[in-house]
Design a protein around this ligand. Structure first.
Ligand SMILES: [Zn+2]
Length: 332
């Protein structure tokens, strides 16, 4: 989506959000009919800091209608309301609303996966950072807890990386284990969305969340492990880079694989991500990877940590405006 709303379109959102786009959905027909509609495309009374009385009233009506839809029993209605709230928020001439972001954040722990995913994506797409940062980092922690408390029994190993009786992938025979497998896959997919969202929010709380996740991820998490490490490398915060180095140090050198799979390349992969990510900093080159033994990572980190940020600070509205203003394609 576009980073900025053209002035000529800035005031069409009330009409859109209150009637046109949602009237087609059964849950909103009654509410839409009762909602005041402001159809004019230009407004001389609204400005960059405040909405005029008419638009203010229309916004309140649109938000309360969508807030009601968030409580629908139909998950698709809830998901649709999240999408509409994000659209409404993007089109506000006065910038993102913390109130709208809070409504969306309330669906991060929805019972249904696709609603949760929609909520994560909406919050990451330039919604109010005062709400988005704590909500998304909190949601990541909650997903980790949910995964950690799921039992992992013998039956859960069936079919993992060729661990089945025949050596090839199989479904667990135990229906409960199969159910857990599906839930686990769902939660990992959610984690991936949450990590992708948090990577767009350079803030110390984001660093902390990814630092806590990284040691929980094994080679079997593949892309999620790489994305989490890459996020920490991109932030260039000292604490985050320290965590990436610790993850490299905990990876084996010279692994030759086992019945569970080929050699563990985690250390070499993360080392390459780190080398590439730090190429532009003044730090000394990242040590070469060796399959014989680990280089002295502690020494390298101690000598170079001064080139990394001690703190990122808080990602607020001003930071978001600066970040998205600097690049016209930001947020697309
Ligand atoms: Zn107005």
């Amino acid at each position: 989506m576009a980073a900025t709303v053209p002035a000529s379109l800035a005031f069409t959102w009330i009409a859109l959000s209150a009637t046109a786009t949602i009237a087609a959905e059964p849950w909103s027909i009654a509410a839409a009919a009762a909602t005041p509609t402001v159809v004019r495309e230009e407004c001389a009374s609204c400005n960059a800091t405040a909405l005029c009385a008419a638009h203010q009233k229309a916004e309140v009506a649109a938000i309360s209608e969508l807030a009601a839809a968030l409580k629908s029993k139909d998950p698709f209605a809830r998901k649709g309301a999240v999408t509409k709230l994000a659209e409404l928020d993007h089109a506000r001439p006065v910038g993102p609303s913390a109130e709208v972001a809070k409504l969306v954040a309330g669906t991060l722990d929805d019972d249904v996966q696709h609603v949760r995913v929609e909520s994560v994506k909406a919050l990451a797409a330039r919604m109010h950072p005062d709400v988005a940062v704590p909500a998304l980092t909190g949601a990541l922690g909650a997903t980790m807890k949910e995964l950690a408390k799921m039992p992992f029994g013998r039956a859960d190993w069936d079919g993992i990386a060729g661990g089945g009786a025949g050596g090839g992938p199989t479904e667990p025979e135990d229906p409960k284990a199969l159910e857990r497998r599906k839930k686990r896959e769902e939660l990992h997919a959610l984690l991936a969305e949450q990590v992708a969202a948090i990577r767009t929010l350079p803030d110390d709380r984001s660093v902390t969340a990814l630092v806590e996740l990284l040691p929980q991820l094994t080679r079997w998490h593949g892309a999620l492990l790489d994305a989490t490490a890459q996020g920490l490398i991109d932030f260039k915060a000292r604490k985050g880079l320290d965590a990436v180095v610790a993850r490299i140090k905990s990876s084996p050198v010279g692994d030759t694989g086992s019945r569970w799979g080929g050699p563990d390349k985690t250390g070499a992969t993360l080392r390459d991500l780190l080398a590439r990510g730090l190429a532009e900093t003044a730090s000394e080159p990242v040590p070469e990877w060796s399959d014989e033994e680990h280089p002295d990572w502690d020494r390298w980190f101690a000598r170079n940590q001064k080139h990394f940020k001690a703190k990122l600070g808080k990602y607020g509205l001003e930071q978001m405006k600066a970040a998205t203003g600097a690049s016209p394609s930001a947020g697309s």
